[in-house]
Design a binder for this molecule. Structure first.
Ligand code: ATP
Ligand code: MG
Length: 152
């Protein structure tokens, strides 16, 4: 295991996340290294902590509002400091990417936005060029998780 600092410095994990706060902190550390326009792919089982990590990132960027899962809305947006926007997408409910969905994704991804995408694989073709980092989360124990962070 490596610590969160090592991971953010580029090591390939896995990182132990002992509690929710550790996952929030990882989100904050990751987003500190991102530029507007970057995309973050978030993978892991239901409840693995993907949305929690986005909450940590959005809070660190000064995004107002409560970060909730966009499973049914597909995307939520938050305004952060200095004109940076945060898009939080959850593609879980998409079986396949229709034209409308592709348009919606295109609208969400722009040069002023840092985008976090849960269940991204259905849209990988569209996202791939912009992906800066991939995070794989998994359950370790009841309240502990593991993260593998891969920077591109
Ligand atoms: N170390 C931890 N890190 C993150 N979440 C934790 C941790 N320990 C317990 N939890 C709990 O696990 C749940 C994680 O939920 P979260 O919505 O972040 O998962 P998710 O990966 O986004 O799931 P989904 O695929 O359903 O959207 C929350 O209820 C959170 O309180
Ligand atoms: Mg989620």
């Amino acid at each position: 295991m490596v610590g969160p600092d090592d991971t953010v410095a580029g090591a390939d994990g896995p990182v132990a996340l002992a509690d929710v706060d550790a996952t929030l902190a990882l989100g904050a550390r990751i987003v500190a290294r991102l530029d507007p326009g970057d995309v973050v792919l978030l993978r892991g089982d239901l409840g693995a902590g993907k949305t929690t990590l986005v909450r940590g990132a959005a809070t660190a960027l000064g995004g107002v509002g409560r970060v909730t899962s966009p499973t049914f809305a597909l995307a939520h947006r938050y305004d952060g400091r200095d004109g940076v926007r945060i898009a939080h997408l959850d593609l879980y409910r998409l079986g396949a990417l229709g034209d409308d969905d592709a348009d919606l994704l295109d609208d969400e991804l722009d040069g002023a936005t840092v985008a976090f995408v849960e269940w991204p694989d259905v849209a990988l073709d569209l996202l791939d060029d912009r992906v800066r980092v991939e995070v794989d989360l998994s359950h370790a124990d009841d309240d502990t998780r593991r993260a593998v962070v891969r920077w591109r």
